[in-house]
Design a protein around this ligand. Structure first.
Ligand code: CMP
Length: 145
């Protein structure tokens, strides 16, 4: 199957607790190749725009607050069927419900402070990768066999 991209974000809780390296290593061991990454401190406007799909949900304000509370690390990750595989590897939103061995079971504190984000569809992956990385940074990656 052709290699595809999805977006992961190592969230501020995992950065603050020193888990960045072990989480990236976990993703690599699961077959993902990081193709672009950048440590960023999101503004409220940026976090709000990124999570616009959740605007109006009860957790939206807390989500924006948390995602702007410290640096995070967006990573464009490549492998076959990347979106579905990353969702499996990170586990359920709530770490209490996440399967053993998943990133959230291993490293997340709570439903809000849940260590990592992953795109939830192929369409959203394209939008989310483009939100953080330019075409130039990703040149030649999309559609590679
Ligand atoms: P993420 O994959 O980044 O996408 C939206 C985020 O909202 C989710 O992970 C959670 O961290 C956060 N969130 C907080 N509370 C909830 C909730 N009740 N249901 C879903 N997502 C929540």
């Amino acid at each position: 199957m052709a290699a595809t991209l999805t977006l992961g974000i190592i969230k501020p809780d995992a950065i603050a607790s020193g888990k960045t390296g072990v989480i990236v290593a976990h993703l690599q061991q699961a077959g993902f190749v990081p193709r672009a990454a950048r440590m960023v401190r999101l503004s409220r406007a940026e976090a709000g725009a990124f999570y616009a799909v959740h605007r109006g949900r009860p957790f939206y304000a807390d989500l924006v607050e948390f995602m702007t509370s410290g640096p995070c690390l967006p990573v464009a990750l490549e492998r076959d069927d990347a979106v579905a595989h990353l969702r499996t590897v990170i586990g359920a939103t709530d770490p209490a419900e996440a399967a053993p061995g998943t990133v959230r079971k291993l490293f997340a504190e709570s439903k809000g402070k849940n260590a990592i984000h992953a795109s939830d569809s192929v369409e959203n992956a394209a939008r989310e990768v483009a939100f953080f990385f330019t075409e130039g940074e990703l040149a030649g990656l999309w559609g590679r066999e």
